[in-house]
Design a protein around this ligand. Structure first.
Ligand SMILES: NC(=O)c1ccc[n+]([C@@H]2O[C@H](COP(=O)([O-])OP(=O)(O)OC[C@H]3O[C@@H](n4cnc5c(N)ncnc54)[C@H](OP(=O)(O)O)[C@@H]3O)[C@@H](O)[C@H]2O)c1
Length: 250
């Protein structure tokens, strides 16, 4: 139970990798703040029932927050509520919201191109900034309590972790994934920047670059049998990853 009294905030919290990561962190004692897009509201209770079979609504171990990560006001509101609820130390952020739509470089539309950057890059940045501010607020409260002797000087302040789910697409070209590849490469750069700027404040940032994972997003990219078979033939193991494997790494 490594994460007792710790809060993991998961953007894309009712998605495939987000759910697997939430389940694993909760099994280690973490409380969860699951962010879901307002347009996903109808799915939330069924995902909770399926993913967290022992969860009941009186339990404060999971709270859900509507949040369109591309909208600054929506992110501000969701993180404001998380701060008010303060069910545990807010020291983990898993950025697992994402978007893909396959189009060739010549047919990619301006709107769809932009949507990849808005969700995969800009939305992730907005969540990371809001999380960083929330964590620093917690850290300042702790430091003040130690300085004023409300807490013993030996009190250990937990560091924070940001895990951005990037993709193999950030490293290599993939057929019809132009905007997705570019957005994930940008996310790798953004993660390095978070790590570089925030590490000295106790916030460590990392990214994970999975290959194909069999989730709704994975099915959107690889659902076509011919496309899937061609791709799988090039994977040394011959398999897609399971969301649980990504969760283990996170
Ligand atoms: N599956 C793969 O093959 C694979 C491989 C490498 C990396 N990844 C990355 O892993 C992450 C998780 O993806 P997944 O495979 O778990 O897919 P998923 O099940 O589709 O989860 C992604 C979640 O992000 C949500 N989302 C989309 N736009 C949003 C917005 N504006 N605000 C808030 N939430 C939003 C989605 O909601 P809706 O479902 O309503 O759109 C969905 O719940 C993504 O960043 C993805 O790019 C996936």
């Amino acid at each position: 139970m490594a994460f007792v009294n710790k809060l993991a905030i998961i953007a894309g919290g009712v998605g495939g990798i987000g759910s697997a990561t939430g389940r694993l962190l909760r099994s280690q004692g973490a409380k969860l703040a699951l962010l879901y897009a307002p347009f996903e509201a109808q799915r939330v209770s069924s995902v909770l029932k399926q993913t967290y079979t022992d969860f009941d609504n009186d339990d404060d171990s999971i709270k859900t927050y509507a949040c369109d990560i591309t909208q600054p006001e929506s992110v501000k509101e969701a993180f404001g509520k998380i701060g008010e609820d303060r069910v545990a130390v807010p020291n983990m952020l898993i950025n697992s919201a994402g978007y893909v739509n396959l189009m060739s470089m010549s047919t990619l539309t301006p709107q769809d191109s932009l949507l990849h950057y808005q969700i995969n890059v800009h939305g992730t940045l907005l969540c990371a900034q809001a999380f960083h501010a929330l964590y620093l607020e917690h850290r300042t409260l702790m430091l003040n309590a130690i300085t004023s002797s409300q807490l013993p000087s030996s009190t250990k302040i937990s560091g924070a972790r940001i895990v951005n789910i990037a993709s193999q697409a950030g490293h290599v070209a993939l057929k019809d994934h132009g905007a997705y590849c570019a957005s994930k490469a940008a996310l790798l750069a953004l993660t390095r920047q978070m790590a570089s700027e925030w590490g000295s404040e106790g916030v460590v940032a990392n990214s994970i670059s999975p290959g194909p994972v069999w989730t709704e997003l994975g099915k959107k990219a690889w659902g076509d049998v011919k496309v899937r078979e061609e791709y799988q033939a090039a994977v040394p193991t011959g398999n897609f990853a399971e969301p649980e494997e990504v969760a283990e790494i996170a």
